[in-house]
Ligand binder design. Structure first.
Ligand SMILES: [Mn+2]
Length: 308
């Protein structure tokens, strides 16, 4: 019997790396091999880059979690989890997002308000004195760099910075900033990506009282790659909204060097979205200086406005 360790749908690098590193940790801790990393969908460009670079296998895709034993990592909302999660046996949760989790059985839940799931997992390895292989450390480091936007994100904590320094040591990577830039360059390489791939590369559903929200974010070091694709992206956003009955679908194209986001949105209540984010749309798009983090600067505001 396998226990699947799995991150959220539209998996990002932290989510996939957490599945791999936490399964490895649990297997070593319990001297077993029942913990199997899995992904809830196709991996994105940053994830592919890191897995290829550090020679780590892509986890299998778990199409349906129904009837399976599962550890949820890097998420705790059923709206973001693999299909069939309602009928899965949940063993454990490890995460760094706002908690909306509720379950019928007592289980272990590890949540820290840190910048990356892999920072938490790193501290567990350390606490238990479990050796981290060089390539595993490099993958975990990549995930922390990605989730904390190379420490520039407002979500980055001292714990994340410590994890970065120590993981870089173990991985024998002297210039972790350069690795971070490489990861974000891989993400910006979207020439061959369809509009839907771009929207879904880091995309989360939220079930608010006002309705279902889909919030996508692309972080780039070269927003020029996205210029001229706004119309095509908006067309896909509109289609997604209609097909899946969303209240709002919104995409943030965040330039981490310019420190701001282009925002594309289609909503049942665009005025409320404008007021909440203190923006003004023109043809369903706008730019917001200083907006970098979905988790810190968007989700709390939307929860307050649309989940009351
Ligand atoms: Mn994460």
């Amino acid at each position: 019997m396998s226990i699947y360790v799995i991150g959220h749908k539209s998996p990002d690098l932290d989510s996939v790396a957490a599945a791999i590193s936490y399964a490895n940790y649990k297997n070593k801790l319990e001297n077993t091999n029942i913990y199997t990393p899995a992904v809830a969908g196709e991996i994105n460009l940053a994830t592919k880059f890191a897995l290829d670079k550090f020679n780590i296998d892509k986890p299998e895709i778990l199409e349906n979690a129904s009837g399976k034993s599962v550890i949820m990592v890097d998420h705790n909302e059923f709206a973001q989890a693999a299909c069939g999660i309602e009928e899965a046996k949940i063993i454990e949760v490890l995460d760094h997002h706002k908690v909306v989790f509720s379950y019928s059985d007592p289980i272990n839940i590890t949540v820290r308000a840190w910048g990356s799931s892999n920072s938490i997992i790193y501290y567990l390895y350390k606490e238990q004195n479990i050796k981290i292989e060089k390539n595993m450390a490099a993958l975990m480091l990549s995930a922390v760099l990605d989730d904390t936007v190379i420490t520039k994100s407002p979500t980055c904590t001292e714990k994340d910075k410590e994890a970065i320094t120590e993981l870089a040591n173990i991985a024998e990577i002297t210039d972790w900033q350069a690795l971070g830039i490489e990861i974000f360059k891989a993400k910006s390489n979207i020439k061959d990506s369809s509009a839907l791939d771009i929207i879904k590369s880091d995309y989360k559903d939220f079930d608010f009282k006002a309705g279902k929200f889909g919030i996508g974010q692309v972080e780039t070091v070269d927003s020029g790659e996205f210029e001229g694709r706004e119309v095509e992206l908006l067309k896909e956003i509109k289609k997604l909204k209609e097909d899946d009955n969303y209240h709002t679908v919104i995409l943030f194209i965040t330039d981490i060097l310019k420190q701001g986001s282009v925002i594309l949105a289609v909503s049942d209540e665009p005025k409320r979205v404008e007021n909440a984010l203190e923006i003004k749309f023109k043809n369903n798009q706008t730019y917001k200086e200083g907006l970098l983090s979905r988790k810190k600067q968007v989700t709390p505001i939307f929860t307050k406005e649309f989940d009351k």
